[in-house]
Ligand binder design. Structure first.
Ligand code: GLC
Length: 545
């Protein structure tokens, strides 16, 4: 044990299993709080809001990328993995943030983006300057093209943001990018890539970071043998045979990461972003690997009792098998906010809806918010850990009408302006009821906020017992008292109702229907909607003790 590394700043409580039941709040740094008044959120802004986050009752914050980046993909194009974007602050600012968080017993998770670098990363610049076949190019995936003079891409693989996944460089070779051309994919079979990322994990762990969120974890191992085989990321096979995603070889990478994470006391936590079917997703979460993997099933499920029950059963079973804890996600920086999703008619294609600037089909905001509150209270009662995306505690809706010339998401350009992308959930959050950016900063923010945002601000909702902010505060405070263990027993409460018992009499009951149902006996701990005459209203959750 004497070789374990303990950094200067550590949270007051040192439970090594803290992540198993944690509520983790995702901060999208450029849109959280702007301390220096340049319209872009920054590290000092986050530090200034640590007391808010602590009083909200979260256990940890996860910071989306704050590293130097040309912002071709919201910071997920990293130019330097061991620095802070100068527009967002300095490493000293980062250390101050970690100290402040730890003093409030809030842990800090940082994003690590290993599938690709930014094209402005020194490695890629060196690769461009070097010759085909050089060690510099071997850190990435450079290949000769197809066709008589190599004028066609090596394969028909497509980028997640639209268009070919290959881009040609002036000497005629092509490089692979599963995302934007400004995000060249690394070749993880190259030992220098592996050892450099392990040093990056140590760099942040030495600074006191408590865990990592691993971007596109399922993409690192690729079968690049020829002839190239077709890939289908939307229907991945269960045997790991896709050439690009969720291959078995990827697990050796995360086993060696676990060795690095275990050099620390307490061991560093990690969560995989792995868009793989549930039985394979949990492999990333094995104790010998990252510990957790995001469960995105509820991002794709309708607000429906049997859909929720199926997702819950499937994921609890899968986590039990892998020895991990479950994770629950209703919103993040890549999807339409859940208060909006639930207010659209079932089955609405959200990409198509966004293209109408949110005007068609009709969005029922009140219903969306009512259902979002019910769904949130349900997932907060589940065993495992919950990931909360900034602004959902305010019940924020998607900003669907951002003027087209201000959109930043690479999807907008790469799809020839047919998919608007993810900016609508990334607009800066409102802190005050008025002001140039509703308290985000002193000037207009980098993405425009809807005019009615002030009504959903922290200031407006703080004093209001019926607000979504008050609901989150009450639920998180109660959860701290109640949440432990993995036990969940289903209670049969009729069609359209999802009810379960946890332990010590703690029960959660959700009415997915629109008509009130009788409220079971017990004292009410918290409810997502008003309870009248011993009834649980439609589209509401209650916790009973
Ligand atoms: C992940 C991120 C997303 C990003 C992509 C490429 O899916 O969540 O925001 O665009 O990876 O890094």
């Amino acid at each position: 044990m004497s070789t374990l590394r303990t950094p200067a700043s550590t949270p007051r409580t040192t439970d090594p299993d803290w992540w198993r039941n944690a509520v983790v709040y995702q901060v999208y740094p450029r849109s959280f709080a702007d301390a220096d008044g340049d319209g872009l959120g920054d590290v000092a802004g986050i530090t200034s809001r640590v007391p808010y986050l602590a009083s909200l009752g979260v256990d940890a914050i996860w910071l989306s990328p704050f590293f130097p980046s040309p912002l071709a993909d919201g910071g997920y194009d990293v130019a330097d993995y061991r620095a802070v974007d100068p527009r967002l602050g300095t490493l000293d600012d980062f250390d101050a943030l970690v100290r402040a968080a730890h003093e409030h017993d809030v842990r800090v998770i940082v994003d690590v983006v290993p599938n690709h670098t930014s094209s402005s990363h020194v490695w890629f610049q060196a690769a461009l300057a070097a010759a085909p076949g050089s060690p510099e190019r071997a850190r990435y995936v450079f290949r000769d093209g197809a066709g008589p003079s190599g004028e066609q891409p090596p394969s028909d693989w497509v980028s997640n943001f639209g268009g070919s996944a290959w881009t040609r460089v002036p000497d005629g070779q092509w490089y692979l990018h599963l995302f934007a051309p400004e995000q060249p994919d690394l070749d993880w079979s190259n030992p220098s890539v592996r050892s450099d990322f392990e040093d990056t994990l140590r760099f942040w762990s030495d600074r006191g970071v408590d865990g990592f969120r691993v971007d596109v974890a399922h993409g690192l191992a690729k079968d690049l043998s020829t002839p190239y085989r077709p890939s289908n990321e939307h229907a991945l096979p269960l045997d790991g045979s896709d050439p690009l995603y969720d291959r078995d070889e990827v697990h050796a990478i995360f086993e060696s990461w676990r060795t690095v994470l275990d050099e620390y006391d307490p061991p560093r936590a990690a969560v995989a972003e792995a868009w793989a079917p549930a039985p394979r997703r949990v492999l990333y979460a094995r104790p010998t690997e990252l510990g957790q993997a995001f469960n995105f099933d509820l991002l794709e499920a309708p607000f429906d009792a049997s859909a929720f029950r199926t997702v819950i059963d499937r994921n609890l079973a899968a986590s039990r098998e892998s020895g991990a804890s479950s994770t629950w996600v209703l919103s993040n920086h890549d999807v339409v906010r859940h208060a909006t999703r639930y207010g659209l008619p079932d089955g609405t294609d959200t990409d198509a809806w966004l293209m109408t600037d949110g005007t068609q089909p009709t969005l029922d905001r009140e219903r969306g918010l009512r259902r979002a509150r019910a769904a949130t209270l349900l997932v907060l009662a589940l065993p495992g850990s919950s990931y909360v995306y900034q602004g959902e505690e305010l019940g924020l809706q998607e900003a669907a009408a951002i003027p087209h010339d201000l959109l930043q998401d690479p999807k907008w350009i790469r799809t020839g302006h047919t998919v608007k992308g993810r900016d609508g959930c990334r607009v800066p959050i409102p802190w005050t009821t008025s002001g140039p950016s509703f308290g985000f900063g002193a000037v207009a923010p980098h993405l425009p906020q809807p005019a009615d945002f002030g009504a959903s601000s922290v200031e407006a909702e703080s004093g209001d017992e019926s607000s979504t902010l008050s609901l989150y505060r009450a639920a998180l405070a109660a959860r701290r008292q109640l949440q432990r263990g993995e036990l969940l027993e289903w209670i049969d409460a009729g069609d359209g109702v999802v009810a379960f018992a946890r332990h010590d009499g703690w029960r959660s009951v959700t009415n997915f229907g629109t008509e009130p149902v009788a409220l079971p006996a017990g004292s009410v701990v918290v409810s997502s909607g008003p309870l009248t005459d011993g009834a649980l209203p439609g589209e509401a959750t209650v916790w009973l003790a």
